[in-house]
Structures are given as C-alpha cells and as structure tokens.
Ligand binder design. Structure first.
Ligand code: AKG
Ligand code: FE2
Length: 333
C-alpha cells in the first residue's frame, strides 16, 4: 500500500499555504515526519520541532507520516457510508451508557455536542473490539480496522518523539502504550445554514487522552493555540493529519505541556465528517506526573487518574461542561 509521501518541495508549498502575517504568531506547524526515520541528527531536529510545537501551540499537523492514502480514504468511505444508513441501522448502537464499546448518539447530553452525530468505539487491540463494530456498511470493519491499526502505529512514533522531547528516555512507557487505549470518534456535522444561527457544531473542550490524531477533509476544526488567545482554523491539507495534546499528557508532563482546547465549526459549503483517534493507557492504568519531571522545584501538579476515572467524571458534565484536567489539578495555594 503506498504511504502518503509529500516531497520536500510540496511540504514547503503547504507551509506557505498556511495563514501568516508579520503581526500574528507563527503559523500552525506542519511537520515532515519522514525525518524521524533519517540519520540521528535529522531525527533530533524533528524531535525538537515536535517539542516546540507541543510547548508553544499544543498542536501540529504531520505529513509523510506513513499512514497510507488508501487507509485514510477507506476510513472516510466507511464513516460516510455509516452516517448515510437509515436511522434504524444507526440506532442499533444508540445508547446513553458511556461504558458501551460502540455508541451512536445525536444529542447534546455531553454538554458540548451542539450539532453533531457521532459513532464512538474502541480500537486497540483491534481483535478485542472489532467484533462489536457495525456490520453495516459491510466494509466498515475492514476499512476502519486498517486505518485504526496504521494510526495506532503512528501514535506510538509520535509519543516516543514527544516523550524524548520532554527529556524522557527512548521508548518510555512503550509496553503500556502498545496495550493502551485507542478510542475513535467519528463525527458528522450538517452544513451551516443561516437559519440555524449557531455556527458551532462541537463546543470548546479538550480530549482526555495523551494524544488525538484527527483526519478532516474539509475545514471545521478550530484550535486555541497556547501562544495566542484566538480561535484559529486548522487548514484541511490533503494527506495531512492533525495532532494535539490531551489532558493526560498534561498530567504526565507535569504541566510542561498543556492540553489543547479546540472545537468544530459547521462548514458553510458542505456537511463535514471528521475522524478523531484518541490514544491513552488502558482503562484502569493510572496516569501520574512522570517521576523524572517531579522534584523539589517542580512538585507534582496533578493527581493520578485512569480512563475509568474519566468515565466516572463524565456524568457531572451533563449540560455543564468542565475539562477533566481541571479536576486533577492539585491546589498548592
Ligand atoms: O470535528 C472536529 O474537527 C473535532 C472533533 C473532536 O474534537 C473530537 O472528536 O473530540
Ligand atoms: Fe476533541
């Protein structure tokens, strides 16, 4: 399967496509991930770019990331065909029970969904979860499964680079990450129309895990980068994937990295689908501040917590959204 590869000249063209002006902060970074597999000096520079993007913006896009074009196209086909099914097919998965392995919903009980339908399911290890996934459309399991496996592999590479950027040893927590949680959210938003009024499809929030890797084909994702306090549109660059920091990476890094607040805006030109893959540790594994990043000058700033703790926290969010990470902060006043 051909990997999605952008030659250096095109990658720099993409860089120029991004909005920039002398008075505004630097544009959202686009990082050529092929450099991670090159000689040690090139790899070190790539890790430094990733570290800077995580610190200063909390997000970046990646190109030459090794996820095949066919897997990305397949994931979009599977998601679009699922959302086009009749309500009876989709409602087989409708549930308000957040513990379900697969869940379809159209409502706003989570306090942030304003105009989205979603299908959420676990994906890693695939053999544990795929039997719960939809049987319709018939190619769903194969196409989404291929994408999920490739994205899980990419998440391992990104975590290794990000953790090395924090000064942690290579392959830090690798085994736990390999067995870790991959949680996929397929989001479907209607086209914006003026009589709808509100342009927000999914309100401001941060994701619970270490990393989110997001695929979008048309614009709609907006982020609040750490170096500015304005909503910034993430351009839909063909073949690129968007990456951002989640609450548990803020905890693991003891606050050196901050989770990214983001939202989705309804696209005025068309209905939009996005596919988010959220990566963390397995359900009962606690995440705490890395001991290497805690000392007398930098005491632990967050309580430990697991994905299960996050699930237990969610009901308190109904109609009153609060970020999970805020509930973990240790008050040292
Ligand atoms: O649709 C988007 O671009 C954002 C989706 C998102 O933030 C999520 O699924 O957590
Ligand atoms: Fe999100």
């Amino acid at each position: 399967m051909p990997a999605c590869f952008l030659p250096a000249s095109m990658a720099s063209q993409v860089q120029r496509m991004l909005p920039s002006s002398s008075s505004s902060p630097r544009p959202l970074p686009v990082i050529n991930l092929a450099r991670l597999g090159k000689d040690p000096a090139t790899r070190t520079l790539a890790i430094q770019d990733i570290a800077r993007a995580c610190r200063e913006q909390g997000c970046f896009q990646v190109v030459n990331h090794g996820v095949s074009k066919s897997a990305m196209a397949g994931a979009f086909e599977a998601a679009s065909e699922f959302f086009q099914l009749s309500p009876e097919h989709k409602e087989l998965f409708a549930s308000t029970d957040i513990g379900r392995p697969v869940r379809y919903d159209t409502s706003s009980r989570d306090g942030i969904s304003k105009a989205r339908s979603f299908l959420k399911h676990y994906a890693n290890p695939l053999e544990d979860w795929v039997e719960y996934w939809p049987l319709h459309p018939p190619s769903y399991r194969k196409k989404m499964g291929e994408y999920a496996v490739e994205i899980q592999r990419l998440s391992m590479q990104l975590m290794d680079a990000i953790l090395q950027g924090l000064g942690l040893r290579p392959l830090y927590m690798q085994e736990k990450l390999e067995k870790g949680m991959q949680f996929m959210a397929l989001n479907s938003y209607p086209q914006f129309s003026s009589h709808r009024g509100d342009k927000v499809g999914l309100a401001a929030h941060s994701d619970y895990g270490f990393l989110t890797i997001l695929l979008q084909r048309s614009p709609g994702l907006e982020v609040m980068p750490h170096d500015r306090d304005t909503w910034t549109a993430v351009p839909a660059i063909p073949g690129a994937l968007h990456v951002h920091i989640g609450d548990h990476l803020e905890v693991l890094s003891n606050g050196r990295l901050k989770s990214l607040v983001h939202r989705a805006i309804l696209n005025p030109d068309e209905a939009r689908i996005s596919i988010a893959s959220i990566h963390g540790l397995s359900k009962d594994e606690k995440v705490c501040c890395a001991e290497e990043l805690v000392d007398e000058v930098n005491p632990a700033m967050y309580r430990e917590s697991s994905f299960q703790d996050f699930l237990d926290f969610l009901p308190s969010n109904i109609n009153n959204y609060k970020r999970f990470v805020e509930s973990l902060k240790i008050d040292r006043a």
